[in-house]
Design a protein around this ligand. Structure first.
Ligand code: FRU
Length: 324
């Protein structure tokens, strides 16, 4: 295949105020920087569906080579995806599902499996006898619905596991519904939360209200950053988390293959796995190695940039001195 000298990739991110989204953006930028022909532009919609649609409209107007979308929810985004498709611009959907099949590829982990992994962990730790609280995501999204579905599929097979499901208020605020549950159920054994941030908040609330509680917390994401899920597992705050990779680097790689006219699978599954005290150390040291290599590459690139700037200014000096 003939390679283009410039490939424009637009990425519409729905929010970037949480660590998972920030890691996704970062992974995309790092991967893009490894391919000098790629020009990556990231748009952040501040959690506003309207803004996200406008951002994508802009990318269509600019006739980008590939558009990557991390959608907020499944329906409102459909017309603009179809518009890109009609114009012949390939679209990659990441993380959350959309209610159309008129896109080029989907990339993400299986959220039903994520819920099942969490459910199985509780079943095996409790030997099928426990009081469980599930804290779902506060908004209706495909990861929210699917994680909950997979979790229930496993947990509800066990008659001696009692499950109560509540919605999170939001990622950051104190969870009033959880506080009520904590007051009304004296013997909660496990909490499974939509993500590590919500799980951590529930842990904090429990610690404050019932300092001697024995509740075990399970989250989702497993980010390897300070205050990320991996750290929480290593610190014993979370009993486990389910790895939910952002797919940032993979999305750029996929975009490149598509722009090189390769045929790619429609559904590109990212792997998920349980992280608990047994494998948290090894997982984080592996991830650390990878990010060290990435920052090495970034440093080298900056060095090269520096050198070439120096070189061109020296050449200019030389030219000046010759003319003088
Ligand atoms: C971050 C986040 C993650 C979660 C993903 C699901 O915004 O809530 O915690 O795994 O989005 O869409």
């Amino acid at each position: 295949h003939e390679k283009k000298d410039s490939i424009s990739i637009g990425f519409s991110q729905i929010i970037n105020n949480d660590m998972w989204r920030k890691s996704m953006d970062h992974a995309m930028k790092v991967e893009a920087s490894l391919h000098p022909e790629v020009k990556l532009t990231i748009y952040n919609a501040d959690r506003e569906v309207k803004k996200q649609i406008q951002d994508i409209e802009k990318m269509i107007e600019q006739d980008m080579d590939v558009i990557i979308i991390a959608p907020y929810e499944s329906d409102s985004i459909v017309p603009v995806i179809e518009k890109a498709n009609l114009k012949g611009i390939p679209v990659i959907i990441v993380d959350r599902k959309v209610n159309t099949s008129n896109y080029t590829a989907f990339l993400g982990a299986d959220n039903i499996e994520v819920g099942r992994i969490a459910g199985k962990q509780i079943v095996s730790l409790s030997k099928g006898r426990a009081n469980v609280v599930e804290i779902r995501s506060e908004s209706v999204t495909s990861p929210g619905t699917e994680r909950s579905l997979g979790f229930k599929q496993i947990i509800d097979q066990f008659p001696d596991i009692d499950r109560i499901s509540i919605d999170a208020d939001d990622f950051n605020s104190t969870n009033s519904k959880y506080v009520k549950i904590l007051d009304s159920i004296p013997n909660i054994d496990y909490v499974f939360a939509f993500n590590d941030v919500i799980a951590y908040n529930a842990w904090k609330i429990s610690k404050k209200k019932k300092p001697n509680n024995k509740i075990k917390f399970i989250g989702v994401d497993g980010l390897n950053v300070p205050n990320g899920g991996l750290q929480f597992v290593k610190d014993g705050i979370l009993t486990a988390t389910v790895l939910y990779p952002t797919g940032g680097a993979e999305a750029i790689k996929l975009a490149l293959r598509i722009s090189n006219k390769e045929i790619v699978p429609k559904n590109n599954k990212l792997n998920t796995t349980l992280i608990d005290s047994l494998n948290a150390e090894i997982m984080s040291s592996q991830f650390d190695k990878i990010s060290l290599q990435q920052s090495d590459i970034e440093n080298q690139q900056n060095f090269i940039k520096d050198q070439s700037e120096k070189y061109s200014s020296q050449r200019n000096l030389l030219k000046i001195s010759i003319t003088l």
